[in-house]
Design a protein around this ligand. Structure first.
Ligand SMILES: C[S@@+](CC[C@H](N)C(=O)[O-])C[C@H]1O[C@@H](n2cnc3c(N)ncnc32)[C@H](O)[C@@H]1O
Length: 456
């Protein structure tokens, strides 16, 4: 079944103008984008101009099975120029932009569903009503709260349906436009609150991450149907930020034992770019596929004024693909596998795979080995992400189901068995590296879990 994100990726490849009124994702789309139901497909009403554009681009209108007009079929996306019970003008004027796409409002969907009156429409109306009632009060509180972090001219976007960080929360409908991408205006931290014993410029770093934790905790509160209390949220964010610094500190200090200051290090799956703030004496080249995280990371570079950079880079065309058992020709499914030249072009002295989700770690490790990067740092993350990729690289002789079982055990990171499973996965990586001429130079544990360093 397609996911909302795969449907939108397919949609973005089609010749659809972004202009307000040129299209509206309707029917189940506005519910699916909020996580209220699964999207089976995407139904899109388009203006006549957009319709003509699609026809000119070679898409052929076909009669609708119901016999009332035509539709254009593009994979899992259907385009219409009329809509049952509502006029195109009604639908196309009652829209809102969520994460870069135009959707009919929930009110408009509700109205249409009421007119349709099928059983599934009644069920959907119940879901919409419950959702709107639950979220309204909390949404207003959060909206005001998040707004307080915005500074003039700051960009805002929606990051809710991205897979990481886990920002998916269903009570957030109307605030999707107000998630801050560049939260530069952070809450004031009392002077001397943080010990200066951490690596790098931890004070500046903390200033920049506390609002991010506040945002996550706020969203979590909404998820649970609670009205967020800014003071409590701040206190909890400070705690989490401190923990993050200490976690990163452990890893970075381990890395520092092996690499000279000034070295170039690539960090696939770099996220917010913690390391460049905490270890600014290296040239970090962060690689990340989430645009908003990249923006934040690059903004932090400016704060510490050094030469690190973050690049948009996705190692897999289709993240869903990596979840499956990958058959013959699997490397072809990995975007640019043959020419992940980024690594070479960057001439890194080390690769830092800190909590790079499952297969992202293994694909990057394999590439680093092929390109003879002298130092490889690995700290394990959720191994179930892109499990098919990992399996092909580190456990090709083990039946997929067996590997899956180890990964499933590793999910429970706090249990002894979970820790053992993480160790088993790391042992497979170590074996792979040894077979390719690397030595395990050190390994250890931090408050953020285990790590090891391999040297050529
Ligand atoms: C668990 S986070 C770790 C972030 C950072 N290294 C840290 O420790 O704070 C994993 C990161 O990998 C990124 N990522 C996941 N899949 C990716 C892909 N296919 N291509 C590039 N980056 C990806 C995520 O967006 C996320 O920022």
């Amino acid at each position: 079944m397609p996911t909302m994100s795969s449907l939108l990726t397919a949609f973005d490849k089609l010749p659809i103008p972004d202009k307000k009124g040129s299209y509206a994702i309707f029917a189940s789309g506005p519910m699916a984008v909020r996580g209220l139901r699964e999207p089976n497909d995407l139904d899109v009403l388009v203006s006549m101009e957009t319709w003509d554009g699609l026809v000119k681009a070679g898409f052929k209108p076909i009669p609708k099975p119901e016999g009332n007009g035509f539709k254009i079929h593009a994979g899992d996306i259907d385009f219409f120029n009329t809509w049952v019970h509502l006029t195109p003008e009604e639908v196309l004027s009652d829209i809102e932009k969520i994460d870069g796409h135009w959707y009919g409002t929930l009110a408009s969907v509700r109205k249409w569903k009421q007119l349709m009156g099928r059983d599934k429409d009644k069920t959907d109306i119940e879901i919409i009503d419950k959702y709107l009632a639950q979220g309204k009060k909390a949404r207003i509180a959060v909206q005001n709260y998040i707004q307080s972090f915005l500074v003039e001219g700051e960009e805002v976007t929606n990051t809710f349906d991205k897979c990481w960080p886990p920002l998916n929360f269903h009570g957030a409908a109307e605030i999707t436009k107000t998630v801050v991408t560049n939260p530069t205006k952070s809450t004031k931290i009392p002077e001397g609150h943080f010990k200066k014993d951490v690596v790098g410029d931890s004070e500046k770093y903390l200033q920049s991450i506390i609002p991010l934790y506040e945002k996550d905790i706020t969203q979590d509160a909404i998820n649970k149907g609670k009205t967020p209390d800014p003071e409590k949220i701040h206190a909890s964010a400070v705690k989490q930020a401190e923990k993050a610094v200490h976690g990163h500190k452990g890893f970075l200090e381990a890395l520092k034992q092996h690499i000279k200051p000034g070295s170039k290090i690539i960090a696939p799956g770099s996220g917010f770019g913690h390391e460049q703030m905490l270890a600014p004496d290296y040239k970090w080249h962060g690689m990340e596929y989430q645009e908003d995280l990249l923006n934040m990371a690059n903004q932090r570079n400016k704060m510490v004024d050094h030469h690190s950079k973050n690049y948009k880079w996705s190692f897999l065309d289709d993240p869903e693909e990596g979840m499956k058992e990958m058959g013959e020709g699997w490397e072809k499914k990995i975007k640019g596998w043959d020419d992940i030249k980024d690594f070479e072009g960057h001439h890194p002295e080390a690769i830092y795979l800190k909590h790079a989700c499952g297969g992202l770690t293994d694909a990057s490790m394999k590439k680093a080995v092929e390109q003879k990067i002298p130092t490889i740092f690995i700290a394990s993350c959720c191994a179930n992400r892109y499990i098919g990729v990992s399996h092909k690289i580190i456990a090709p002789d083990m039946p997929f189901k067996e590997y899956e079982k180890i990964v499933s055990r590793s999910g429970n990171k706090t249990s002894e068995d979970g820790k053992k499973a993480v160790e088993e996965i790391n042992d497979m990586r170590k074996k792979y590296l040894k077979e390719h001429g690397y030595k395990i130079a050190s390994s250890g544990n931090t408050v953020h879990g285990p790590y090891f360093v391999a040297k050529l």
